[in-house]
Design a protein around this ligand. Structure first.
Ligand code: 16G
Ligand code: ZN
Length: 535
């Protein structure tokens, strides 16, 4: 029919670069931007099928390469409630993107629709956004071409943070329902967070200035925008730095959450000031890391594990004060990268369940959904808190017996709105941390004193073929190559309080080795020894 020709012609305008094998990985498709035009077009085809498969609900597409260099870009699909694309569809995306000719692509498009029993005449809707990368515009056009060719309604939100797009997808699909996630606009997002922030503060004051490093990415302009929505009386003193989005080459360059986490130091610019509460977003504002320079001990970082234990401890107390301790199950979800000291603190001190999953937000998110309050963070600062419908109802409908109980219930309800429950959100997570610190009247040093991290080291190891490495037990043990795990075990046994694991990266052709031990030099040594085993 006419559509067939239309899709075929559109595809010819966005050819795929030959000689590459593309794979939908943990972060969707991510690579040098000049390889992505055809990929993005094809992602458009798949997202239209996905929308039709799910009763015409809106599907999201985000164009970003997060903390990667400016020359990279990426594209990923967001499911109707704002979650990552269902895993089974990742392979469909991979298949479509790797079609070898335009004709084969269109055939496959129709074949997928048939396999999924989809009526291609039914309505479809896709909404999309992109970060500040210069290549984003061209990729968005390729996407729009695919959507038009397939008769899909589209909304181009232009420049957004990744979590804003996730918010908009969920808000679009719940509009007018009792489960409405918020007003379907960027302003709606800011309003929701600002209101919830004021409500959660409950008149408490935030002491001192907060410096926010935005990695010279999309978080900069969006944070400026958000701050306009806060009442002046709140007195929230925020200084936004590394917010230059006009020079693309400085994106993620020597700044941002990934820099701070991997280099374990403050960005050199602007010159770090002693004792100032500082945090960093990554390039698409879905990761958050706090730190400060201590006058005595120097740089100190509060990463995803710290944010997770802070949130779990605060929410645990609130639930108790709200009289809901026996009804609300709180759990914390981590990956193998979580510092052993944080796991120990959460299980032994906070007495909460901890579950370990493989790396990648979708795994953590999925497990967090099994709790009434599921706190999940990767050590790299990506994470959020999920509340079950039962929990939300309990916060709203429990009849308080005292002002203190009412206060706790209201604060919990404010947290439900404050925390972006679709995906990790640096802005929303930062507001959550600020609220908790204000309530506890804590400085970053007080927060850091809750437990001492075990010294640890992460190394990247070049390997011929990373696919030879297979893991089990949430990536904590190697099942292949045979014998490798036994060798790792025998190294680990030589050290006190030690733990180490190796896994294939999901985003590059390399392996990663993580080791922790009682002292810094032992952690370094153990990491090197394990690296040598898998080299
Ligand atoms: C992706 C993941 C991130 C994970 C990282 C690990 C999402 C949205 N992002 O960036 O959560 O920490 O991959 O990378 O899931 P690696 O497999 O190369 O170590
Ligand atoms: Zn990111």
């Amino acid at each position: 029919d006419g559509r067939y020709q239309q899709i075929l012609e559109a595809s010819k305008r966005h050819p795929i670069v030959e000689g590459h094998v593309f794979k939908y990985g943990t972060a969707g498709f991510r690579m040098k931007a000049d390889l992505l035009e055809g990929v993005t077009f094809r992602v458009g085809l798949l997202s239209s099928i996905r929308s039709r498969k799910l009763n015409s609900q809106a599907i999201g597409v985000m164009i970003t390469a997060s903390h990667n260099p400016a020359a990279d870009n990426g594209v990923k699909i967001v499911d109707p409630m704002g979650e990552m694309l269902e895993q089974e569809w990742e392979s469909l995306a991979t298949a479509l993107v790797n079609a070898t000719s335009h004709e084969q692509l269109v055939e496959l498009y129709y074949k997928l629709a048939e396999m999924q029993k989809i009526d291609l005449k039914s309505p479809a809707k896709v909404i999309y956004g992109r970060d500040t990368r210069p290549s984003g515009h061209k990729l968005a056009s390729a996407l729009a071409d695919a959507l038009e060719a397939t008769g899909t309604e589209l909304v181009d939100y232009k420049i957004l943070t990744t979590p804003q797009l996730h918010y908009l997808v969920r808000a679009t699909n719940t509009e007018g329902l009792p489960s409405s996630y918020g007003v379907v606009s960027e302003t709606g997002y800011y309003d929701k967070l600002a209101k919830a922030f004021v409500k959660a503060m409950r008149g408490k004051r935030i002491s001192g200035q907060l410096v926010v490093d935005c990695a010279n990415g999309v978080g900069g302009p969006k944070l400026h925008e958000f701050l306009k929505h806060l009442p002046k009386e709140l007195g929230f003193d925020v200084k936004v730095v590394n917010d230059d989005v006009l020079r693309p080459e400085v994106l993620n360059l020597d700044c941002g959450a990934d820099f701070v986490k991997t280099k374990q130091r403050a960005p050199p610019n602007p010159k770090p000031q002693t004792g100032v509460r500082t945090c960093s977003f990554d390039g698409d504002a879905d990761r958050l890391i706090y730190y400060w320079i201590d006058p005595q001990s120097g740089f100190f970082m509060l990463d995803g594990d710290r944010i997770s234990s802070l949130a779990a401890s605060f929410l645990g107390d609130l639930v108790e004060r709200a009289g809901l301790k026996d009804y609300i199950r709180i759990g914390v979800v981590q990956t193998a990268y979580a510092n052993g000291a944080s796991t120990h603190y959460i299980t032994q001190h906070l007495k909460l369940d901890v579950i370990c999953t493989p790396t990648g937000v979708k795994h953590l998110h999925h497990v967090a959904q099994t709790f009434d309050i599921g706190v999940y963070f990767e050590a790299n600062g990506h994470g959020t808190v999920l509340f079950s419908p039962d929990a939300i109802t309990a916060f709203k409908n429990t009849e308080p017996q005292s002002p203190a109980q009412k206060d706790a219930l209201d604060t919990l309800s404010a947290f439900v709105a404050l925390i972006n429950q679709t995906v990790g959100d640096a802005l929303s997570d930062m507001l959550m941390v600020e609220v908790i610190l204000a309530h506890k009247n804590w400085t970053l040093r007080d927060w850091a004193m809750t437990y001492a991290d075990l010294p640890n080291r992460l190394v990247r190891v070049e390997v011929g073929n990373k696919d030879l490495f297979e893991t089990t037990d949430a990536e904590r043990r190697l099942s292949k190559p045979y014998g490798a795990q036994d060798e790792i075990d025998s190294e680990v046994r030589k050290y006190k309080d030690a733990r180490a694991f190796a896994r294939a990266s999901g985003t590059e052709n390399a392996c990663r080795v993580y080791a922790e031990a009682a002292t810094r030099s032992e952690a370094n040594e153990l990491a090197d020894r394990v690296a040598r085993i898998i080299e």
